[in-house]
Design a protein around this ligand. Sequence first.
Ligand code: ATP
Length: 298
Amino acid sequence: MQLSIRDLSKTYPNGTHALKAVSLDVSPGMFGLLGRNGAGKSTLMRILATLQEPDTGAIALGDIDVIRDKDRVRETLGYLPQSFGFHPRVSAERLLDHFAVLKGLVEPRVRRGVVESLLRRTNLWDVRARRVGTFSGGMRQRLGVAVALLGSPRLIIVDEPTAGLDPEERVRFLNLLSEIGEGSVVILSTHIVEDVEELCNRVAIIDRGEILLEAEPARAIDDLRGRIWRRSVGRDELPALEQELSVISTKLLAGRTIAHVYAESSPGPEFDPVEPDLKDVYFSVMARHHGAGAEVRS
Ligand SMILES: Nc1ncnc2c1ncn2[C@@H]1O[C@H](COP(=O)(O)OP(=O)(O)OP(=O)(O)O)[C@@H](O)[C@H]1O
C-alpha cells in the first residue's frame, strides 16, 4: 500500500502558511519527517490522520481518497499524537481493552487475545494491572503505540514520539517502532535527527511548510562525502568565518566552537575532513535553503 500526497497546502486563519504545495510518495516501511519546531510536521500529520482539512491538494492511501473518505482511512489508521491524555486511575489493560471496543473488537475472547498480544509486544504485560497515572514517560509512549496498533493499521503516524524520554526509554521505544515498520506505512515525525538516522529508510526534510529534500538517508550522506570540513574556532572568530565560508552548523565542545563547513574542496590547512552524518545532511540542506549566515546551532 502506497501513500501519495500531492500539492497539499494549508494556511491557518491567522495567515500562517503551514504547508506549501507538499508532495510526497511514501512506501511501506519507516519514513522520517524531519523538521524543527513550527516547520509544519504536526499540521501534515493531523491532515493525514483526518483530523484537519487542507485548503488544497490530494492524498491517496492505496485506493482510498484520504480527504474525502475519512471513515475508510480511520479503519486502517494508527495515530500516536504529540501529546495525549489517558485516564490516570485506569489500568493499562483496561484502557487498552476500552480502546479495542471502540475499534470494533466486540467479541470478548478475540479482544482479550489482541490486548494480551499488544501488551506483550510493547513490553507492558508485567505492568498491565498498574494504573496508567503511575507510568513513566516511556511506558506511556509504549501504551500509546499499543493503542495505535489496535486493528492492525496499514498507516501508522507517530508525531514527535521521543521528546521527553530518557536515553534508555528512547532506545526501547525506537526498537519497538522498528519492529512494527514491516508491511505498514509508518511515518515518524520528529526534530531529532538521530531518531531518523537509526530507523528510517526514507527521510523528508520540511521547513516553513516546504519539503526541502526527500531521500534515502544513506544515499544523502554518501552525496556529502568529501564536502564537510571541521574547524575549532574562538567565538570572536566565527563571524569572519561565516562571511567567508558556508558554515552549516556550530556546536560548543569544551569551551571552543566547532564549526562544520560545506565546501567542494578543503577550505584550508586548519580544517579537518569530516565523515558526514545525517545531521550534516540536515544542516547543509537548511543552510542552502536559507542562504549564508543561517547556520543552525546543534
Ligand atoms: N491552529 C493554528 N492556528 C494558527 N497557526 C497554527 C496553528 N497550528 C499551527 N500553527 C502554526 O503553523 C506552523 C506549523 O505548525 P506545526 O505545529 O504544524 O509545526 P511542527 O513542525 O509540528 O512544530 P511543533 O513540533 O512545534 O508542533 C507554525 O508556525 C505554527 O505556529
